[in-house]
Design a protein around this ligand. Structure first.
Ligand code: ZN
Length: 202
């Protein structure tokens, strides 16, 4: 399965000259929600991710996603794994599990995101699950930005990866892009202007 082609075809992987939220520039941008716009594509990707997880033999009771980004991927993955789905959400900036969702003691929970960058949000949500007695057994994402090492990939963990190294991380593909400091950006040198993704309605 050519995951990058699926992202490209869905206009979820943009090529151009982008100003990232970090302030750095890049020739690529991932608009993750776009790949989930077609439920058929969401199912295709979630099924492939579920297959990888099942083949690893990992036992899972529940998938938990941090809102908003992880909701669709998490739900689709839970459906493909035939397990329960819950989500965590920020209230006044603090991650929380609400809406009557319960976590039982030692419940095996897989954290799911649409994309893992450093894994910060996933780990904040994971801490809430653990505080309720759950056990985090793994992390999954459709796309990996290349800061954390996933199963079946040679991309090494960078120092800013927040995922624990003692549980598996499953993803379908690594999307590792060059990022440039604005002053050293070759795209700027070529004369184009970096745009902030979202500023043109995307
Ligand atoms: Zn630039």
């Amino acid at each position: 399965m050519d995951v990058k082609k699926i992202y490209m075809d869905a206009n979820a992987l943009l090529e151009g000259h982008f100003k990232l939220s970090s302030g750095n520039h890049s020739g690529f941008y991932l608009q993750s929600a776009k790949v989930l716009e077609e439920p058929k594509t969401a199912k295709l990707l979630a099924d492939a991710l579920a297959k990888q997880i099942k083949e690893s033999g990992l036992e899972i009771d529940t998938v938990c996603a941090p809102a908003l980004g992880g909701l669709i991927a998490g739900f689709a993955l839970a459906q493909a794994l035939d397990v329960r789905f819950i989500f965590a959400e920020r209230v006044d900036g603090v991650m929380n599990i609400r809406r009557g969702f319960e976590v039982s003691k030692d419940e095996k929970v897989l954290m799911c995101e649409d994309i893992i960058t450093t894994g910060g949000s996933a780990m904040e949500a994971a801490a809430v699950v653990e505080s309720l007695g759950g056990k985090i057994v793994g992390v999954a994402a459709l796309a990996n930005r290349g800061f954390c090492k996933r199963e079946h990939s040679n991309v090494l963990t960078k120092s800013n990866c927040k995922l624990p190294q003692d549980i598996p991380f499953f993803a379908l593909a690594d999307f590792t892009f060059e990022m440039y400091h604005p002053e050293a950006c070759p795209l700027c040198k070529d004369g184009s202007e970096a745009i902030k993704p979202g500023s043109r309605g995307n």
